[in-house]
Design a protein around this ligand. Structure first.
Ligand SMILES: Cc1ncc(C[n+]2csc(CCOP(=O)(O)OP(=O)(O)O)c2C)c(N)n1
Length: 334
């Protein structure tokens, strides 16, 4: 009989946090939202090559987890990775340029949306291989342990990715070696066209933690306070050398799996209803205004700054040069 995942972080009042932290949550979430809306528009207008997967509706997960991390902590992201990179402090201009395939991009325009990295802030990379990040983050956690730091590594992953063998291999090794890695599942109810229940045997992904002897915690992933508190206790315990943990954030993918997805597997009505009821941004706004922790005016000022930062990133991407043909084979391993 396995232990069930614990519930964490519910019912937290905003008034217990300082203004700086609250403003940081909002800045991160609104920057992600504006960034993603801009990317969606530019993609649909044919300005962006390749493929993009949007993080709209899941902003509270990145904001809540990353508020517990330092630049020297590592994260490994997914194909839906813009939000993780923004929350970890990656440069918005270089991100946007990368998505536009420009030479000023974080990978010189050669990677695109699914290969954004920014080592300077511990963002080890997005990953087009579903489930490709578990072992990378576990390796980064091993590096922290071998170097004797109190740093941690976080592997973000979707509910679909948790069914890959790499999850189970990494979870077992991390637990057996007591590594400071937090596996953060963004359970957005869908893996591409597949609903959660048709491919997954457990009620909660976090229930699987028990199989590896690590804590498994479930939080409301659309409540930034719940995510922050849930991640905080697991990050602190990893910093103390008490090993890995699994945090499952229940959320919902509001946009199609990729931009252009015809979404034949669900109704517009379902999506509209969930978004209206759970959108993490208005939820945060009404909680902080009600608690008089931030004013509407303060929120508007932060939102305006986020919009402007995204506008500047877009301008930078649009006006940056394409990579030179001569650079095609630079930076490759042979
Ligand atoms: C190894 C591998 N298998 C399949 C795919 C195709 N694929 C891309 S995203 C995706 C679904 C991933 O679902 P989930 O892990 O729940 O993340 P979400 O897209 O919901 O954020 C699939 C099957 C892939 N990129 N890599």
């Amino acid at each position: 009989m396995c232990a069930k995942a614990a519930r964490g972080g519910e019912g937290t009042s905003p008034s217990k946090y300082g203004k700086e932290l609250l403003a940081g949550f909002y800045r991160t979430m609104t920057t992600i939202r504006h960034f993603e809306q801009t990317v969606e528009k530019c993609f649909l207008e044919g300005e962006i090559p390749g493929f993009v997967h949007l993080y709209i509706g899941e902003e509270a997960v990145a904001a809540g987890v990353m508020a517990n991390l330092r630049d020297s902590d590592y994260i490994q992201s997914t194909h839906r990775g813009h939000g993780h990179a923004i929350a970890k402090g990656a440069d918005l201009k270089r991100m946007m340029a990368e998505i536009f395939g420009k030479s000023t991009g974080s990978c010189k325009g050669k990677g695109g949306s699914m290969h954004i990295a920014d080592f300077g802030v511990g963002m080890l990379g997005a990953n087009g291989v579903v489930g490709g990040g578990f072992t990378i983050a576990t390796g980064a956690a091993l590096a922290h342990k071998m170097q004797g730091t109190d740093g941690v590594a976080v592997a973000f992953f979707g509910d679909g990715a948790s069914n890959r063998g790499t999850f189970h291999e990494a979870a077992n090794m991390a637990a057996a070696w007591g590594l400071p890695v937090i596996f953060v599942c963004e359970n957005n109810k869908w893996a591409s066209t597949t609903p959660y229940r048709t491919t997954t045997s457990v009620d909660h992904i976090a229930d699987r933690a028990a199989g590896y002897g690590m804590p498994g915690v479930v939080v409301d992933g659309n409540d930034v306070f719940a995510v922050y508190e849930g991640a905080r206790s697991l990050v602190e315990r990893a910093r103390r050398g008490e090993g890995p943990a699994l945090l499952e954030c229940k959320t919902y993918r509001i946009k199609g799996h990729f931009v252009g997805d015809p979404e034949k597997y669900r109704t517009k009505e379902e999506v509209r209803k969930v978004f209206e009821e759970t959108d993490p941004i208005p939820r945060f706004e009404s909680a902080v205004v009600k608690a008089r922790a931030l004013t509407r005016k303060e929120l508007d000022a932060i939102d305006g700054e986020a919009r402007e930062a995204v506008r500047l990133a877009l301008e930078f991407a649009r006006t940056s040069p394409e990579p030179e043909e001569s650079a095609l084979f630079e930076g490759l391993y042979v």
